[in-house]
Write a protein that binds this ligand. Structure first.
Ligand SMILES: [Fe+2]
Length: 348
C-alpha cells in the first residue's frame, strides 16, 4: 500500500498535518538515535555527538532532559509558508497606517509632551528587540529538535521586524522633530536601560539554549512587552498618536506567540520529569528579579506626562500576565507569587 506520510510520522492517532510533515525530524541527529539507528549518510560526521566536532544538536546543550523532543508541537503550528502568509497580512496593515500617516504628515502634529516622552525610550528599544533576536539565533542553532528550532527562528524574524519598524519610525520622528539620534548612548548610559541591557547581554552569553528560552520568552517578554504595549497604546492614544498604537497592536500579536510556544515546550518537559520542573524553576527564580528591575526602570517614561498610576497599572497587568504564562508552563515564579491588583488604567 502506498505510504500516506513519512515513515517517522506513521502510527500517530491523527494523520500528520503539513506542519508536522515539514517540521518534525528535520534535524538528523540525536532524536533519531532510537528511531533510526542507521541514518542516511552515516559517517558524514555530523549526526551524533560521537561523530561530529561542531557540537550542535547535542543533548548536553541544555540542562532540560527529554525522551520525547520530537513530540513537541508549537501551539501556533507555523511553517515558513504559513508564517509568511500571516506576517505579510500584518505588515500590509501596518504599512497602510504608515502610508496614511505620512501622506497626512501626522508626525508633525504630535504634541510636544509626547514627542519628549518618545525621545526618552522609543528609539533605544530597537536594541532590546535585537538582543532577543540574537539570543534566539543561538537557540535556533543548538536546540536539539527542529520542532524547537522552527518557532525560535520564526521569532528571530519577528524581532527583526520590530527592530526595523522602530528604526523606520524613529527616522520620521528625527526628521520632523530632531533629538532622536542619540539612541546608542541612551542604551549604553541612560539608567533607564541599564538593567535591561544587563539582562540581554547576559542572555546572549548563556550556553544553555533552554535557559535562553525561559529567560527571554517566559520571564522577560511577558513583563516587558506588556508594559511596552500599554505605553505605546494607552499613552499614544491619549496623545492622539495615529501610528504607535497600531504598531503596538501589530507586534504584540507576535509576542503572544513567543511566550505561548515557550510555555508549551516547558509544560511538556516539566510534565515529563521533576528534574526538568526544578531546572525550569531555578531559571525562572534566577532571572525574574533582574527582569522586574528592567521593566520597573521604565517608570520615568510615565512620570514625564504625569501618568505614574498608569505605569503602576501596566506593571501590575504585566506581572499578572507573567504569572499566567508561568502557570501555563506548569511552574510558579516565586517573585511573581503576590499577584498585584490592577487598578485604573485609563489615561484620560
Ligand atoms: Fe518577542
Amino acid at each position: 500500500m502506498a505510504r500516506k506520510t513519512f515513515e517517522h510520522l506513521e502510527g500517530q492517532r491523527r494523520r500528520p498535518d503539513v506542519y508536522e510533515e515539514v517540521t518534525a525530524y528535520v534535524q538528523w541527529g540525536e532524536t533519531f538515535r532510537d528511531k533510526f539507528p542507521t541514518l542516511p549518510n552515516e559517517g558524514a560526521n555530523y549526526h551524533f555527538p560521537e561523530h561530529y566536532k561542531l557540537g550542535y544538536w547535542d543533548p548536553t546543550k541544555t540542562r532540560w532532559k527529554s525522551h520525547q523532543w520530537e513530540s513537541f508541537r508549537d501551539p501556533n503550528r507555523l511553517t515558513y509558508r504559513s508564517y509568511h502568509e500571516v506576517q505579510s497580512e500584518r505588515e500590509a496593515a501596518l504599512e497602510a497606517v504608515l502610508a496614511a500617516a505620512r501622506s497626512e504628515h501626522a508626525v508633525r502634529y504630535l504634541d510636544p509632551e509626547w514627542v519628549e516622552t518618545l525621545r526618552m525610550f522609543f528609539a533605544p528599544m530597537r536594541f532590546a528587540e535585537w538582543g532577543i533576536s540574537m539570543a534566539h539565533q543561538y537557540v535556533g542553532r543548538f536546540s536539539i529538535s527542529s520542532l524547537v528550532t522552527n518557532p525560535s527562528i520564526l521569532q528571530v524574524f519577528d524581532e527583526l521586524r520590530h527592530t526595523q519598524r522602530i528604526a523606520e519610525w524613529t527616522h520620521d520622528l528625527e526628521t520632523e522633530h530632531g533629538g532622536f539620534g542619540g539612541y546608542r548612548a541612551q542604551w549604553l548610559e541612560d539608567p533607564m536601560f541599564q538593567p535591561m541591557r544587563e539582562y540581554l547581554e547576559r542572555v546572549c552569553v548563556l550556553r544553555d539554549w533552554g535557559e535562553v528560552v525561559v529567560a527571554t520568552n517566559l520571564v522577560l517578554e511577558p513583563l516587558l512587552q506588556r508594559v511596552l504595549y500599554r505605553t505605546l497604546s494607552d499613552l499614544g492614544n491619549a496623545h492622539s498618536d495615529s501610528v504607535l498604537p497600531h504598531f503596538a497592536y501589530s507586534v504584540y500579536g507576535d509576542e503572544e506567540r513567543h511566550w505561548s510556544w515557550a510555555a508549551a515546550l516547558a509544560a511538556m518537559l516539566n510534565e515529563e520529569s521533576d528534574e526538568n520542573r526544578a531546572t525550569t524553576g531555578d531559571w525562572i527564580d534566577s532571572w525574574t528579579p533582574l527582569a522586574l528591575r528592567s521593566v520597573e526602570a521604565l517608570a520615568p517614561v510615565y512620570s514625564i506626562v504625569g501618568k505614574e498610576p498608569v505605569f503602576d497599572s501596566a506593571l501590575a497587568e504585566a506581572r499578572n500576565l507573567a504569572a499566567d504564562v508561568l502557570e501555563s508552563a506548569g511552574v510558579t515564579g516565586v517573585a511573581l507569587q503576590d499577584r498585584p491588583t490592577v487598578v485604573g488604567g485609563e489615561t484620560s
